[in-house]
Design a protein around this ligand. Structure first.
Ligand SMILES: [Ca+2]
Length: 251
């Protein structure tokens, strides 16, 4: 049944956009605080994944997790570590990346935001560092078979600083408006990548991934519903203390 959108409710929905209902997508070990000690990729991806919940691509010893603030004598950063003590990194002239597959599938009814703090040490230059979003069948263990949906190149935070880098993926993006064959419905993969020049390094921390619905809610009288789950434009909504079934109107 088609719902009717009261004018004032429509204004409320448009004014807040979809962000009022942003939902987080789980990123395992998003802050690199596991395993809680300095560790270096040893060239065995399975062992590294067991240890960190991130896959690694790169050269042994040059993809790592470490706590910059534990070495004040080196003064790696003026800024504090964005979250906790540890950061992930790819360093010293060797291309490398960290990636993981989420349990959330690509839907053209949703828009996505992936963000990470990129850090540039005082003693090393900032490399070409990219944030990438892919789709692949669940259980992917090889990034080369995944479909690249979008990438952004991080801006240099400046020596000793961390800066938030953000990738958005939604209407207006080429691979969103015309998805590659088979990409819709497959689970997202996120990748943090660096192509360091000699002695340059990218550090990463506090990864965040979320989605918004590409719809505005009708028939809600301006209330603040919580969307529990959606299917093809219909949602189960808590409003405010009971579950209702609501049709969503395209924004
Ligand atoms: Ca951290």
């Amino acid at each position: 049944m088609k719902s009717i959108i009261p004018v004032f409710a429509l204004v409320v929905c448009l004014s807040v956009g979809g962000s009022a209902w942003a939902e987080g997508i789980t990123v395992n070990n998003a802050s690199f605080e596991t395993p809680g000690e300095e560790c270096y990729y040893q060239g065995d991806d399975a062992a590294w994944f067991d240890l960190t919940q991130w896959h690694a691509i790169g050269t042994a010893w040059y993809v790592a997790i470490y706590p910059p603030g534990w070495y004040p004598e080196y003064h790696f950063y003026d800024d504090p570590t964005p979250d906790g003590d540890f950061v992930g990194c790819s360093s010293y002239g060797y291309p490398g990346s960290l990636w993981q597959q989420t349990g959330h599938a690509f839907s053209t009814g949703e828009s996505y935001t992936l963000s990470v703090y990129d850090g540039c040490r005082t003693d090393l230059g900032f490399p070409t560092s990219k944030i990438r979003l892919y789709a692949a069948d669940p259980g992917a263990t090889d990034l080369s078979t995944a479909t690249l949906l979008k990438e952004v190149t991080a801006t240099d935070p400046g020596a000793g600083k961390f800066a938030l880098q953000t990738l958005t993926f939604g209407p207006g993006d080429a691979n969103y408006d015309s998805p590659p064959e088979g990409a819709v419905g497959k689970d997202f993969i996120i990748e943090l990548s660096a192509t360091p020049d000699p002695y340059w390094e990218a550090d990463w921390d506090a990864v965040s991934f979320s989605f918004d619905l590409n719809y505005i809610l009708g028939d809600m009288d301006g209330a603040s519903p919580h969307i529990s789950c959606c299917f093809d434009g219909f949602c189960i909504v808590r409003w405010p203390y009971r579950l209702v079934y609501a049709e969503l109107q395209a924004s």
